[in-house]
Design a protein around this ligand. Structure first.
Ligand code: PLP
Length: 372
């Protein structure tokens, strides 16, 4: 089976993990974190070109910490897309605020800012644009709305490490940007996360929030939790940072070949992901969209039968899950996309031949009567 994603781990990661074991330094409750945590943070800061990076133990924790740092809580509303991984909305609920679901654009699956504008009320305190599949949101439009309505912008960049909008890294546009190092992401430590900010006060606050609101031991000053990244995970993340450029280049090579091969076969039935000069993808997911939902399901079944891990992200969208039905909203484009998207494997472990086989199977599946 060619999985949709696969961690790329090697000898360097092993060596760094072993050194943590040898030093018997599994974690540090110091407010600046352990040695590997600090190393990882400085590598990520350099890569992104932002002032501060605070590592935490998941992307969910990153979002939760960012909301707490922005002092968002009960009585507040936060604009979030429903077409995302549920963590985006869960973090809002965990903060005590209410998620207000916003629709997406059908072309690139990112937040529809005109719908966000319509859904902004006096209670709205923040917006969380999600760079879904690694596709950068229209950050000019998001920033303009945020400025007009005094909203905090917290980017969910959990899928977009390395993607750029107008040549600037996603996750560096808002007051804070949130990243994940979960096993499926472009850079992984198994579990892990990070928050970026250019604001020193927010950075200090985030460090407190990840460590029970403490600064120098038992002196809890604000509400925090245990969101610390273990040194074993930081060791892996730190080495992965040095491989990030190469891993993204391998994804790009696979994605570009996929587009070239699917161009002819796809034509009317499916639309392919499109980069532009302003929006460069990290190719976290190579996501195509079918004109007809039934064709999506039959093509996916066929690819999976052939050992190609084609996968749907996200169907159902968050507002259609049992818990979130109470936050119902009118989201026609979200529902349209959820029924039609399909992601194909392009991770760095995918070989040229795998891409060719995927494209060939796609062509066969599209020409079979089942698909029409
Ligand atoms: C992965 C992901 C998260 C959550 O990250 P975890 O590290 O799994 O907690 C949040 N939002 C999006 C869009 C994600 O893809």
């Amino acid at each position: 089976m060619i999985p949709i994603n696969k961690p790329q781990l090697g000898e360097e990661e092993k060596r760094e993990v072993m050194s943590v074991m040898e030093e018997n330094a599994l974690t540090s409750a110091a407010s600046d974190g352990g040695k590997r945590v600090r190393d990882f943070e400085s590598l990520m800061r350099e890569y992104l070109g932002c002032k501060h990076v605070v590592a935490v133990n998941s992307g969910t924790a990153a979002l939760h910490a960012a909301l707490l740092a922005a002092e968002i809580g009960p009585g507040d509303e936060v604009l979030v897309p429903s077409f995302t991984f549920v963590a985006t909305a869960n973090a809002v609920v965990a903060s005590g605020a209410k998620p207000v679901f916003v629709d997406v654009n059908k072309q690139d699956y990112t937040i529809d800012v005109s719908d966000a504008k319509r859904k902004t009320t006096k209670k709205t305190k923040a917006v969380i644009p999600v760079h879904l599949y690694g596709h950068p949101c229209d950050m000019d439009a998001v920033s303009e709305l945020a400025q007009k309505r005094s909203l905090a912008v917290i980017e969910d960049a959990c899928q977009s490490l390395g993607s750029t909008y107008k040549k600037r890294q996603t996750g560096t546009f808002g007051q804070m940007g949130c990243f994940s190092m979960y096993a499926s992401k472009v850079l992984t430590s198994g579990e892990g996360g990070a928050i970026t900010t250019d604001d020193s006060d927010l950075a200090d606050k985030l460090k407190m929030i990840r460590n029970h609101g403490m600064v120098k031991g038992y002196d809890t000053r604000i509400l925090g939790l245990n969101m610390r990244l273990p040194e074993l995970a930081a060791a892996i993340a730190k080495v992965q940072m040095t491989k990030l450029a190469a891993m993204l280049a391998a994804r790009r090579k696979n994605a570009e070949l996929m587009s070239e091969l699917l161009q002819g076969a796809a034509a009317k039935e499916v639309s392919l992901p499109q980069e532009s000069d302003d929006r460069v993808f990290n190719w976290y997911l190579y996501t195509i969209c079918f004109a007809k939902g039934a064709a999506r399901d039959s093509v996916m079944a066929r690819l999976q039968k052939e050992g190609i891990g084609a996968t749907v992200y996200y169907d159902p969208p968050v507002h259609k899950t049992p818990y979130y039905r109470k936050f119902a909203a009118r989201l026609p484009a979200t529902e349209w996309c959820a029924g039609r998207v399909l992601s194909l494997p392009v991770h760095p472990g995918v070989q040229d031949g795998d891409v060719r086989r995927t494209a060939a199977e796609m062509a066969l599946a599209l020409s079979s009567p089942m698909a029409s």
